[in-house]
Write a protein that binds this ligand. Structure first.
Ligand code: NAP
Ligand code: MG
Length: 780
């Protein structure tokens, strides 16, 4: 071979990272592990093997966690949590800082062990996963330090159950453990069955870092162990994994008054416009879909290329695919390692084999025998093809073309998922126009798979809810510290003994799409005043009325695009019109409740002013990420919010739910108090004269449980709030599993609607979705 040949081929020999240190560590444990509970490893019990998928060799035996093991771990965490939370933020910061330092000290051991257990390339575990893990602990040391001063009045949730998948075992652990500990929680974490080893190494390191015993517990096992953790006595479940299991967990945790965040699957679009830097976009796909064998939740697995450049782009892409190096994950020159296990490999193969459509290109690169799968591109699939809709979780890229930006948006959003999206264009105007239109929690402009502890990560739609990273991520492990007060049910006024109800013409209709609407059922009920006076009739709402109201709310989507200033004006105007009728409203309240209504009307006017003020003051942020990129946290409306309004304050309750929702650009369907439903009809008259576009606010009255069920079960509702009774909270959470909508429920706890807990940041946070838009710039 001549030097010239070598230059032409540019091939290079293997550069294998040594596994010796990792193997030696496994040996110190006799290659058999128990759980890590209360600061020590338990005796190994009934066990299963975890293997290196690249070689098929068994690395160690780990213990299959039983419900008893889970209960012991939860008990240890329970005992440790209060003292941990009682430490100062600074003391917790010291411990998190020590964890970060130790991660760096043992970086190589962690990286090699991760690669052995998962089959991912050492370049990924060494250069991406482990540095991000260390960064995560540094960042959260800072949040612990600042928390008391910056987020006063908040407290830790308690014991958090955390369940993670096999694609980023250590990184997902860090994303969950760091904020939980910073906030003062104790955790019980279940790693994935295939990849438990780095979690066990982390547990060992945590002792060295001075984490008090019981604050971190690791219970290994399979899905059953995970299921046992979900039903254990925990205060939160934080889950990363498939949408299917996420849905089950939503149902299991419903009505238990515990917190839940779900980071689920995706089918993320990767959009290439004709003016994009095509070579960079091709290289981006290596990171987006092939680097980790496509086993990335936010993998850009759906390629959308603008028609004019599609042929050229595909040619470049196929050429690049053919040069990918697939093989030994410990080799530093490898682009793509092994698939996590034979089951996954077979699943990928079966999904591809089942497809008969399109034009398939299998990379011409050499692919070893065993748990490996070749980089695959399938072009020209119809939008409804299963490969276009379902997550493959393998190195399989599907591709289609579009003509206009509008078409690209439509195709990109044609998915039940909403985790991430990439947009490639040199036109900054187009990029910034696209970002808000994409249904995704994260958007990368001219890039892909950028992550940082300071920037939020998480999905919308069936990709789950909640954000990890940044202050938002910390808040998901905190709750307002208030003395819980039980909700006292407010019953409708009873009918007087000798009631005559004929001849009343005031039947309150619903307010749907800016118009009065009759109840579909045709039924209405008399509503009695405080002194046995008949106040009117109210329609009995049904599923059909809710459907109509949701359709009207969907139709009012333009509200989300109005300027914040415009929303401010409308809210002030509603306040002004309510104020003009204050005397009349106070009298109505008196007739309903028997109590003077002036104070409540005044409070409602003030509340409208509060959200008029907030409408143009909820700020996005540019997150200080450690790279040349803007990571913009945009506050976007959630969409359509359904709310069961409180009984305790007929008018103020309605306004307190409505105003934050519309201030942030949402449309809403509100179910007024069961005790005093006529208030909604009165308020509708005020809205009608206040320049609020029809459909932005809709009222449907009726039996709370039926209407709550209709809202929670509706696929076009994005979030449901319940300030109604405890049973309604459970119902809403359970039925929301269908499209995994966000929920915010009171679990039967009362709120002081007249005071500070009746308004403010807590409401605003529920009314927005944080979208992180990454815009890298400069020469790298
Ligand atoms: P999975 O089957 O949902 O498993 C995830 C975790 O849940 C594993 O630890 C699993 O244990 C456990 N589990 C399984 N059944 C359970 C049950 N009934 N109750 C409680 N826990 C249960 O997901 P996977 O196939 O391992 O992981 C791939 C999925 O994760 C993909 O859909 C991917 O998109 C998603 N993901 C999402 C993100 C994100 O941030 N959004 C990040 C990474 C991955 P076993 O290991 O024994 O199955
Ligand atoms: Mg393994």
């Amino acid at each position: 071979m001549t030097i010239r040949d070598i230059f032409d081929a540019m091939s290079y020999g293997p550069a294998t990272e040594s596994a010796a240190e990792a193997m030696a560590w496994l040996d110190t444990h006799g290659r058999r592990f128990g759980h890590f509970i209360d600061g020590a490893f338990t005796q190994p019990g009934e066990s299963f093997a975890t293997m290196n998928p690249a070689t098929g060799e068994t690395l160690a035996e780990v213990t299959q966690g039983s419900a008893d093991d889970v209960a012991r771990a939860v008990a240890a965490a329970r005992k440790a949590q209060a003292p941990w939370a009682a430490q100062s933020g600074h003391q917790r910061a010291r411990v998190l800082y020590a964890l970060a330092r130790l991660m760096q000290k043992h970086a190589r051991l962690f990286a090699v062990l991760e690669t052995l257990d998962t089959g991912k390339p050492i370049r990924e575990s060494r250069d991406i996963d482990v540095p991000l893990v260390a960064r995560h602990f540094y960042y959260h040391a800072g949040l612990a330090q600042l928390m008391d001063a910056e987020r006063p009045g908040m407290e830790a949730l308690g014991v958090c159950g955390q369940i993670v998948p096999w694609n980023f075992p250590l990184l997902m652990l860090a994303w969950k453990v760091a904020p939980a500990l910073a906030a003062g929680n104790a955790v019980v974490l279940k790693p994935a069955e295939y990849t438990p080893l780095t979690a066990l190494l982390f547990a060992e390191i945590s002792r060295e870092a001075g984490v008090p015993k019981g604050v971190i517990n690791i219970v290994t096992g399979d899905g059953e162990t995970g299921a046992a953790l979900v039903v254990a006595k925990v205060d939160k479940i934080a889950f990363t994994g498939s949408t299917e299991v996420g849905r089950k967990i939503r149902e299991e945790t419903a009505g238990r008054g515990i917190a839940l965040t779900l980071e689920l699957g995706g089918k993320s679009p990767y959009i290439v416009f004709d003016d994009a830097d095509l070579d960079s976009a091709v290289e981006g796909l290596v990171d987006a879909i092939w680097f980790n064998g496509g086993q990335v939740c936010c993998a850009g697995s759906r390629l959308l290329v603008q028609e004019g450049v599609a042929a050229r782009f595909h040619t470049k892409l196929r050429a690049r695919m053919d040069t990918l190096r697939v093989g030994d994950p410990l080799d530093k020159c490898i682009d793509m390692g092994a698939i996590a296990g034979p089951v996954q490999r077979d699943r990928i193969a079966a999904m591809v084999a089942a497809n008969a459509e399109g034009d398939t290109h299998v990379a011409a690169c050499a692919v070893p025998e065993g748990c490996f799968y070749p980089p695959t591109l399938i072009a020209g699939l119809s939008p409804s093809n299963p490969l276009m809709q379902q997550e493959v979780f393998g190195p399989v890229l599907v591709s289609s073309t579009f003509r206009t930006p509008g078409e690209a948006t439509e195709m990109a959003n044609n998915s039940r998922y909403g985790l991430a999206a990439s947009v490639w264009t040199e036109n900054v105007n187009l990029a910034l126009d696209m970002a808000p239109k994409l249904a995704a929690g994260v958007v990368w402009i001219n890039g892909t798979n950028m992550f940082d502890a300071a920037a939020g990560f998480g999905g919308v739609r069936e990709s789950g809810f909640g954000r990890e990273g940044g202050w938002e991520g910390l808040m998901a492990y905190l709750r307002p510290a208030r003395t819980p007060r039980a909700l006292k049910p407010v019953a409708p006024n009873p009918a007087p003994a000798s009631a005559k109800v004929e001849g009343i013409d005031r039947t309150a209709k619903f307010y749907i799409g800016g118009k009065q609407a009759r109840p579909d059922s045709g039924y209405s009920t008399p509503v009695w005043g405080a002194k046995g006076r008949l106040l009117g009739h109210v329609g009995t709402g049904s599923r059909k009325d809710i459907r109509n109201a949701v359709e009207a709310a969907r139709g009012a989507r333009g509200w989300a695009k109005t300027t914040a200033h415009n929303r401010t004006q409308v809210l002030y105007y509603i306040a002004e019109n309510l104020s003009a009728r204050a005397v009349e409203f106070a009298a109505r309240l008196k007739a309903m409740t028997g109590k003077a209504g002036e104070a409540e009307v005044e409070a409602a006017i003030s509340r409208l002013f509060t959200y008029a003020a907030w409408a143009d003051k909820v700020e996005g942020a540019a997150k200080p990420v450690p790279m040349k990129a803007l990571a913009l946290a945009l506050r976007e409306p959630v969409g359509v919010i359904g709310a069961l309004c409180p009984d305790e304050a007929p008018l103020l309750g309605l306004v307190s739910a409505m105003a934050p929702a519309i201030a942030m650009g949402n449309a809403c369907v509100l179910v007024p108090s069961c005790a005093h439903p006529l208030m909604a009809a009165d308020l509708a008259q005020v809205l009608d004269t206040s320049d609020l576009p029809g459909g932005v606010v809709n009222f449907v009255a009726g039996p709370a449980a039926d209407l709550a069920a209709a809202l929670a079960g509706h696929m076009d509702v994005d979030a449901v709030w319940s300030f109604s009774s405890a049973d309604i909270s459970g119902l809403v959470e359970r039925l929301s599993a269908g499209n995994l909508k966000r929920t915010w429920v009171n679990d039967g706890r009362a709120r002081d609607w007249f005071g500070a807990e009746g308004e403010g940041r807590e409401f605003l946070a529920q009314a927005v979705e944080v979208k992180t838009v990454w815009v890298p710039y400069g020469e790298g």
